[in-house]
Design a protein around this ligand. Sequence first.
Ligand code: CA
Length: 221
Amino acid sequence: MRLLLIEDDPVLSRSLKTDLETAGYAVDTAMDGERGEFLGATEHYDAALLDLGLPKLSGLDVLRRWRAADNGVPVIVLTARDAWYEKVDGFKAGADDYLGKPFHTPELLARLQALLKRANRRHPIPLDLEGVMLDEERQSVTVDGGPAVALTAIEFRLLRYFMLHSGRLLSKSHLLERVYDDARDPDSNVIEVYVNRLRRIVGNDLIQTRRGQGYVFGRKA
Ligand code: CA
């Protein structure tokens, strides 16, 4: 199980990460809202722990952006204990649960387990399109029932992004932003390279080029 922890208090972030790792979770951390929003939009997490008061982008805005993009990752909002209005705002923005600070780690773990149990009962988005089946656990893909092909981290993220946005026109710069870690790298040719690698795996006709505009995942209608 992989968790995203978005918390700008370095002491709390470190101690929570340690506690969660001890409890058997893999934990990615973000110290501001922008970075957290990016990670939540581009990586797959089983749940996110979201502080509301964050630099760059507030926790509520992070949550609103994810939900507007149909990202249903289960979210526990961390609020000040007596700020009941923050809880209301959090639920309105799409939070699944909340926890008032300061809290005891066993309560967080119990809420997390309950949330993950509920979330796993829902049907996950099946990443099975046009004969392409993406295995998110193994980061591999099978095409038309063939053997599983292992993907590199960027190939996986790019294919996952394509499949979650099939039929939509995606520009190179948009894709670069969503799947490439180093956003300072301005060279969108790197996307071309990865698209060509993916085409060799899933078939040429599945990722269409719109000249000067970008790419569309899916066969021509
Ligand atoms: Ca904070």
